[in-house]
Design a protein around this ligand. Structure first.
Ligand code: PBG
Length: 327
């Protein structure tokens, strides 16, 4: 029996080298995705107040930012678009000349090795701020599907590698899979925001993307934070509809959901370390209440330990730097 005094777990903690040997989870820059906000104009680099270090950028500034990320080894970015105008049907979202489509073309020209993931949703483009088409005062699921399919096709036609539907409409992965296949993109994978909760942690993002719903909330389509079994059904549904990668979002308050998904499904699993999780660290660190690097690394390590293969995080660049320094 290995119990005290034969066993002493502190033996494995006595030095850096032994701690290294005993370490179960290691972060690597290769598993990070860096989310970015792109808008119209030239030379625009507008600070997003609740997300220190993050900006709304025009294409030229975005290209520089992606150059820096690439230099640090960040392999993938996730794009969110800030349209010139919003309207009830979110038309810039699926305009072949829309801002995200332009950004994808620019990135593929300037940084051909950078993987480009695109958020496929309507809330950034609709004047009412909901993630789909409004009919009879509610978000109409099936009318939205067609537009999500169109959006994904326009992204892929521009050169996107991996469309990621986040609207939480039933059948969105199926609709996008059909639309991509119809246009000859059978080999383009889809990352489903499968278990996406109706979360207060998206608050800072909605400032960044100016996408707060003008009436009501997203509870009729995004998940209830109280549910984990339903998350498994959401993930199952995405897989059945043809998702190649599935996601849990947010990450930090849903580590149990990440772990359950990892134990249950064999697809690559992504977790989204969302805006509010980022803002909390930045705010506490700015006040001198926590050590920023220690807490950031601890949070990201916990997400990976819970089972995430890929982590979407606004910390991507800074963590890449810290990992490089530690080499
Ligand atoms: C679009 C979308 C949102 C986020 C990612 N895609 C906002 C929302 O659902 O309200 C949030 C990301 C973040 O908070 O970092 N539907």
């Amino acid at each position: 029996m290995t119990s005290f005094p034969h066993s002493r777990l502190r033996r494995l903690r006595g030095s850096d080298s032994i701690r290294n040997m005993a370490r179960e989870t290691r972060l690597s820059v290769k598993e990070f995705v860096y989310p970015l906000f792109v808008g119209h104009g030239h030379g625009v680099k507008e600070a997003i107040e609740p997300m220190p270090g993050q900006y709304q950028m025009s294409l030229d500034v975005l290209s520089e930012e992606i150059g820096e990320a690439a230099e640090l080894g960040v392999p993938a970015v996730l794009l969110f678009g800030l349209p010139a105008e919003k309207d009830p049907l979110g038309t810039e979202g699926y305009d072949p000349e829309g801002i995200v489509q332009e950004a994808v073309r620019m990135i593929k020209k300037d940084h051909p090795d950078m993987m480009v993931i695109t958020d496929v949703c309507m809330c950034e483009y609709t004047d009412h701020g909901h993630c789909g088409v409004i009919a009879n005062d509610r978000v109409d699921n099936d009318q939205t599907l067609e537009l999500l399919g169109k959006t994904a096709v326009s992204h892929v036609q521009a050169g996107a590698d991996l469309p990621a539907p986040s609207a939480m409409m039933d059948g969105q992965v199926w609709a996008i899979r059909q639309a991509l296949n119809d246009h000859g993109y059978e080999d383009t994978p889809i990352m489903g925001y499968a278990a996406k909760y109706s979360s207060g942690f998206y608050g800072p993002f909605r400032v960044a993307a100016n996408s707060t719903p003008k009436f009501g909330d997203r509870k009729s389509y995004q998940m209830d934070p109280a549910n984990a079994r339903m998350a498994m059904r959401e993930i199952e549904a995405d897989i059945a509809e043809g998702a190649d990668i599935v996601m849990v979002k947010p990450a930090l308050s849903y580590l149990d959901v990440i772990r359950q998904a990892k134990d249950r499904f064999d697809l690559p699993l992504a977790a989204y370390n969302v805006s509010g999780e980022y803002s909390m660290i930045k705010a506490a660190a700015a006040n001198g209440w926590i050590d920023e690097k220690t807490v950031t690394m601890e949070v990201l390590t916990s997400i990976k330990r819970a089972g995430a293969d890929t982590i979407l995080t606004y910390h991507a660049k800074e963590v890449a730097k810290w990992l490089k320094e530690a080499e």
